[in-house]
Design a protein around this ligand. Structure first.
Ligand code: 5GP
Ligand code: ZN
Length: 118
């Protein structure tokens, strides 16, 4: 099972282990790791291992794999942190705030009104 990888993509490099990532969850098709920015504590990104830019080219199979993993990751975050809520976000295209062009879902644990996220 060859993965489709993009040589100059930072998230593909995390998948391949070329650069480190703090892994939260992993299966055959999906990787979840802590976002380097930690907008809130536990801020996690869930990605397909295959390189796809964004929602416009995400395959049905990988959409399924990613969104099967999301609740598992959410439950793991709920167990690890004393969270009171969780936002799920996804940016597609530069104008929408996408800065890394490998599809990813942000899971943002929420704590209280002063947790740093609007
Ligand atoms: P976007 O703005 O594309 O929706 O989100 C990209 C996210 O990737 C940002 O929140 C940014 O902090 C995160 N990010 C960028 N480079 C790295 C990296 O090398 N490692 C990790 N763990 N996160 C990164
Ligand atoms: Zn990639």
């Amino acid at each position: 099972n060859e993965l489709a990888q993009h040589s100059d993509c930072i998230f593909c490099k995390i998948v391949s282990g070329d650069i480190p990532g703090a892994k939260v969850y992993e299966d055959e098709h999906v990787l979840a790791f802590l976002d380097i920015s930690q907008v809130t504590e536990g801020h996690t990104l869930v990605i397909p291992k295959n390189h796809q830019e964004n929602i416009y080219d995400l395959t049905e199979d990988d959409a399924s794999h990613v969104f099967q993993a999301v609740p598992k990751v959410a439950r793991a975050l709920k167990q690890s942190f004393n969270i009171s809520g969780l936002n799920m976000l996804n940016n597609n295209g530069e104008f929408a705030g996408q800065s890394v062009f490998h599809f990813h879902v942000h899971l943002l644990p929420r704590y209280d009104e002063s947790d740093g996220f609007a």
